[in-house]
Design a protein around this ligand. Structure first.
Ligand SMILES: [Zn+2]
Length: 82
């Protein structure tokens, strides 16, 4: 289990990025919401949807999931992925 966070501040596409604890990008950010402990980033992404509609996994720390499951994300009606 690892800790995951979602950034409060969105990126230039309006997406709120989910990051794993210890991610270099996350450590620089003060404005973040603690999502909880999850077995994988997919579960963290689901949890982050309780806070924001437009969420995405940070490729900096969640790349392994991201690259294998892009089709799952793109099937979600509210998210236009890339
Ligand atoms: Zn990250």
């Amino acid at each position: 289990m690892e800790k995951y966070y979602v950034n409060v501040e969105s990126d230039r596409h309006g997406m709120h990025k989910v990051h794993r604890a210890g991610c270099l990008f996350l450590e620089k950010r003060k404005d973040r919401i603690f999502l909880g402990y999850f077995n994988n980033s997919a579960q963290a992404l689901e949890q982050s949807k309780d806070y924001y509609v437009k969420v995405d996994l940070g490729v900096c720390c969640c790349r392994e999931y991201n690259s294998h499951n892009i089709f799952l994300v793109s099937n979600r009606e509210e998210i236009s992925y890339r």
